[in-house]
Design a protein around this ligand. Structure first.
Ligand SMILES: [Zn+2]
Length: 360
């Protein structure tokens, strides 16, 4: 008969032995590396190493961590990549010195409650190849976040408030849209969004003045926001998108019929741009009007403001010479908006009308 308890005992014994061997330095041990040892558990003896700084246990068979892990308050690096964890374990929240946490290649689909509360010093979090559909708040110190190959369907808004974030990797998810709040990632330098289902890049993406690498290959983008060509990118990848090339529809000339709201809004917005003192003072008393006109846009031809009616155009612009780009990318289709047919008739030869759009 197979003695299961013996098997577990001997397996635990093996793990303890490996640890004992690794812990020759006793309480002064700073690093333990036991990669690829078929370990199923983290032995509780780990609690005898309060000074441990680095714990590498990748490529094992660990499905849960021991409670003694939470005593390692000096630990700065924890690597549990390629194991069998199903959640980001609660014990992690006590590791207040942790700066790097690798949890790639597990089966993680959830975070234990409050797990991010204690991770005040975490700068790197690698969650690639898991089954996450969300990300919790409170990871404010993160600089590098990688969640490739998961099941996110949108960029969680919480991520947009990580003010130190410099690199965000979200390749191979099912992301459809990007929230406007992405503009708050002022320090973002590298954004990887390859192989998702993104249809539109928001105009505010052009506010990311530190962005140097943008990878949106393998999405369903047809057009890029206006102002896109002014981003100071070094690398830009967009192969595998159904880019709007060579067959724009030319718009039919129509008279512009504007609603009273549109006429009034245009008047107010343009007066405010010209700093009309009477309107500038009056607008303070009407926050709802301020709210409405703050959604206004600028005409690509005359530079004046409009609100809900415009003519949508596509302009083909060569990518900046400073950008390293996908092969064969000769022109980037940019979305431009024009306030009226009067302006439309003055457009340049690279601008083509798509359709007149009235926002509902
Ligand atoms: Zn115009």
């Amino acid at each position: 008969m197979c003695d299961v308890s013996f098997f577990y005992r001997s397996s635990n014994f093996m793990e303890e032995k490996l640890f004992v061997r690794a812990v020759k330095g006793g309480k002064t041990t700073k690093t333990i590396t036991l990669n690829g040892k078929k370990m199923r558990k983290i032995p509780s003896t780990i609690g005898n190493l309060p000074g441990l700084k680095v714990l590498n246990l990748q490529n094992n068979l660990i499905s849960c961590v021991c409670s003694e892990l939470s005593t390692l308050t000096q630990l700065t690096v924890l690597n549990l990549g390629n194991n069998l964890l199903e959640e980001v374990p609660e014990e992690v929240k006590y590791l207040t010195s942790l700066t790097k946490l690798h949890l790639f290649g597990n089966r993680i689909n959830r975070f234990a409650s409050g797990v991010c509360d204690g991770l005040k010093n975490l700068t790197l979090l690698n969650l690639n190849n898991n089954q996450l559909t969300y990300i919790p708040k409170k990871l404010e110190s993160l600089i590098y976040l990688s969640i490739n190959h998961n099941q996110l369907t949108s960029i969680p808004r919480e991520l947009c408030f990580l003010k130190n974030l410099s690199e965000l990797q979200l390749n191979y998810n099912q992301i459809i849209c990007i929230p406007e709040e992405i503009k708050f990632l002022k320090r973002l330098q590298k954004l990887f969004l390859a192989r998702n289902n993104i249809e539109v890049l928001p105009e505010v993406l052009c506010h990311l003045i530190n962005l140097r690498i943008l990878d949106v290959a393998g999405n369903v983008l047809q057009i890029f926001p206006s102002g896109f060509q002014y981003l100071k990118l070094k690398e830009f990848y967009c192969e595998g998108n159904p880019l709007f090339l060579n067959h724009p529809v030319s718009a039919i000339k129509q008279l512009d019929i504007l609603s009273l709201q549109e006429i009034t809004s245009r008047f107010i917005m343009n007066q405010l741009i010209e700093m009309n003192p009477f309107l500038m003072e009056a607008i303070e008393w009407y926050p709802q009007i301020w709210d409405t006109i703050s959604k206004g846009r600028i005409c690509a031809i005359c530079g004046k403001s409009f609100l809900t009616i415009w003519i949508e155009c596509v302009e083909f612009v060569p990518p900046s010479k400073n950008w390293k780009t996908s092969k064969n990318l000769e022109l980037v289709p940019l979305r431009t908006l024009i306030c009226s047919y009067e302006c439309f008739n003055q457009r340049g030869p690279n601008q083509f009308g798509i359709a007149q759009v009235q926002e509902q």
